[in-house]
Structure formats: C-alpha cells, structure tokens
Design a protein around this ligand. Structure first.
Ligand code: FNR
Length: 387
C-alpha cells in the first residue's frame, strides 16, 4: 500500500517505516524526560545494545520458487485464541507520557488488528477504560506482583472483571534497575503518572490512609503520598519467590499465567515445573541489568529445553519484520513489541501506532514469503545461519 500510494498518488508515508528514523522524529517532539525514560536502559546501556546486536548474529537464507503467493498465513493459536499473527503488545507503563491518548490508543489499535494487548500495572489509564477501547478482543494483564496479598487479589479481581484473559507476571523488576538517564534527570515516571494510576484507591484502602487519591477533592499532597504508598507497597524492593506462585494460581484460577523476564534455562525449566502456561524471554528492554545477555542470545537454549512444554514468548530489540522472522525461526511462539509502538504513539497517537504495527506485520509477511515460506510452520531454523 505504501509503494502504491507513493507511485499513484504521490503520497509519502505519514511517518517513517524505518523505526530508527521514527525514533529520531519522536525524540525531537517529546519532552527530554519522557524520551530518555523510554529510550534508556540500565547503566552503560550495554544490554540495550546487546539486544540489537544479537539480531545481527543471525542471517536469513531465503529459499525461492516455492508456492507461497499471493497470501501467506501467519495465524497461530495462543492460549485458546486464534490470532492473525504471533504478535502481542508488550506491557508498557504510563503511556500518557507519550501522547494524551496513551493506553486507549494502543489498546484500540491492537484490538482492531485482533492481536493481544497487555495492560501494565503501571498504566496511566484504568482497567475499564482500556477494556472499552480494546473492545471484544484478547487482552492480557501484566502484574508487578505486590508484596501485599490483598492488593494482589484486588488487582486480579479487577483484571478478571474487565475481561483480561492472561496474567503476565513480570519477575525481573521487583526493584528498578540503575537507570542512569532517569537518575541524571531526577525523573520517576510512576509519580508523574499519579492521580490516574489505577490501584491507588486499592492501595490506600489497604494501607488505611483514609482518603481516596482519585477523588476530585484529593489534594496534591494526598496524591503524592498515595503514589509513594502505591510504589512502596506494590513491587519495590521485595523479590517474588517461586513457592508463592501457588497463591497466584489459586487466585487467578485456571486462566493462563505467563512469567515475563526469563533469561536462564534453569528458570525456564522451573516455570514448567511450577505449572506455568508460558514464559516471556525478556530483559525488560535492557532496563534492569546492565551487562545481561541480549534477549535473542537466550532464546535457542531455552527453546531446546522447554519447547512444546510451555508457550514461549520473546521481547527485546525487535525493530523490523525480519527480526520477528528470526525470533519465530528460532522457536518462539510469539513476540512482543515495545519501543517502536511508543514512537508511533508519540508522533501521531492512534494513527502512529497503527502505522508502526501495520508496517511491522507487512514486513514480516513479506519476509516470510520472500524466504519461501507460506505459513508459520514453515519458518524454522534451517532458514537461518549463525554468523
Ligand atoms: C517497559 N517495559 C515494561 N515491562 C513490564 O513488564 N511492565 C511495564 O510496566 C513496563 N514498562 C515499560 C516502559 C517503557 C517506556 C519501556 C521501553 C519498557 C518492558 C517492555 O515490556 C519490554 O520488555 C521491552 O520494551 C522490550 O524491549 P524493546 O523491544 O522495547 O527494546
């Protein structure tokens, strides 16, 4: 469509189809604090770089003259849902930092495309509003697992009531990484997001603060205090432990549970032993441990150990359709998109998100076809060569 419009109507694309260029445009537009919060990582940002470098370690070996045209079949089944492609929105907090429409816009566009949307615990829009924007489409809830059981249960209750089907438990961010850009700019996004941040009401009820920080008459100090309570009582500083997964299972019931932030084969095997339904191989976009391995480096060994026993998701550094191809060829069942979606959101709200998502899907589809594959089952590691 983009080629067609350019040729026939002399229309250039509304935003770049190259996500490095898209990021450069978003950087010009966004406040420096928001841009640095999203683009940055832990420490010297070696792991942010490693996530990209890991993709360069693999090259695609295309095969030709297969009967793959005109339309490929990229569909797959994930947690009982048939999806048009193995692509999911990664949980990303406080999206109104990037555009006033925030989570509503991203949830709407992923819904339109029939692809799962993951709502973050650190959202700047509530469960119900996001569900409304998302419509009757698959949506997941990402939990920063509070150390307070009542609070955890209240999150899970709200998620269930609002139709979130899969619980994604982020296990790598029980304390924030050493994020040098945010430290240098004195920026703490969760406090910026207060007032609209869900869970505050619950947090305050549990902490018996005696006020509702979301009420119209709540003072700025009350909101600030609530946000601090929220942050302290939710996920900061206390690591979740494996044995407590049985509690989450009791509370969430038989709906799927996925652990996000797995990098070690040992942990992937444990996730199977603990009866989890899925894992997401992720280093949080390089935002937690500087010097951690690139996400794609972790994939092959984990696939070898647990493929077929548990659903395997992946995120970290995906910037093109060819990247998605490599992840699927190496054996992941689905990928999650992070920063590129945010750049689209920042530049043009809903329209920008649609542009990024459609561009990535189109390039993935082309890569599948031009490599000689017709469907996802054809995309395997015989089409890759390690450098
Ligand atoms: C994140 N990520 C994240 N993960 C999570 O489990 N809960 C969250 O609230 C957030 N918030 C968040 C904010 C921002 C601004 C970024 C960039 C990332 C991590 C996210 O889900 C995913 O793991 C990474 O974004 C993947 O890396 P790339 O593809 O963005 O480089």
């Amino acid at each position: 469509q983009i080629y067609y419009n350019a040729t026939l109507y002399n229309q250039t694309p509304i935003a770049s189809t190259n996500f490095d260029r898209l990021e450069a445009s978003a950087k010009l537009l966004l406040p420096a604090t928001a841009y640095n919060y999203a683009a940055g990582g832990a420490g010297l940002e070696k792991t942010v770089a490693a996530n990209r470098e890991a993709f360069d370690l693999w090259r695609i070996i295309p095969q030709v003259m297969h009967d793959v045209s005109p339309q490929r079949n990229l569909s797959t089944s994930l947690f009982g849902r048939r999806l048009p492609a193995p692509v999911v929105m990664a949980p990303v907090g406080v999206q109104t930092l990037f555009h006033p429409t925030g989570e509503r816009a991203t949830a709407k566009v992923f819904g339109e495309m029939g692809l799962p949307y993951t709502l973050s615990t650190a959202t700047s829009t509530g469960f119900a509003d996001v569900a409304k924007a998302n419509g009757n489409n698959p949506r997941w809830y990402q939990l920063y697992w509070p150390s307070d059981d009542d609070l955890t249960r209240s999150y899970l209750r709200s998620a269930k009531q609002n139709g979130y089907e899969v619980l994604v438990v982020t296990v790598d961010t029980w304390d924030l990484g050493w994020r040098t850009r945010d430290l240098d700019q004195g920026f703490f996004p969760f406090i910026r997001g207060i007032g609209v941040q869900i869970g505050l009401e619950d947090a305050c009820a549990h902490e018996k603060l005696g006020f509702n920080p979301l009420a119209p008459n709540a003072t700025a100090e009350q909101q600030q205090m609530a946000a601090l309570y929220h942050v302290i009582t939710t996920s900061r500083g206390i690591s979740p432990v494996w044995r407590n997964l049985t509690k989450l299972r009791d509370w969430w019931g038989d709906r799927p549970i996925v652990l996000k932030g797995i990098q070690s084969v040992v942990d992937a095997v444990k996730a199977v032993e603990y009866g989890m339904d899925g894992i997401i191989i992720s280093n949080h976009g390089g935002r937690q441990i500087d010097g951690a391995i690139g996400s794609l480096e972790a994939l092959p060994a984990i696939v070898e150990a647990v493929k077929g026993k548990i659903t395997i998701g992946f995120d970290g550094g995906i910037r093109s359709g060819a990247d998605i191809f490599k992840v699927i060829a190496l054996g992941a069942d689905f990928v999650q998109l992070g920063r590129p979606i945010l750049w689209g959101l920042a530049l043009q709200g809903e329209k920008g998100v649609r542009h990024v998502l459609k561009s990535l899907l189109a390039e993935f589809d082309l890569t599948v076809g031009l490599s000689g594959c017709h469907e996802l089952g054809d995309v395997n590691s015989t089409l890759l060569k390690a450098r």
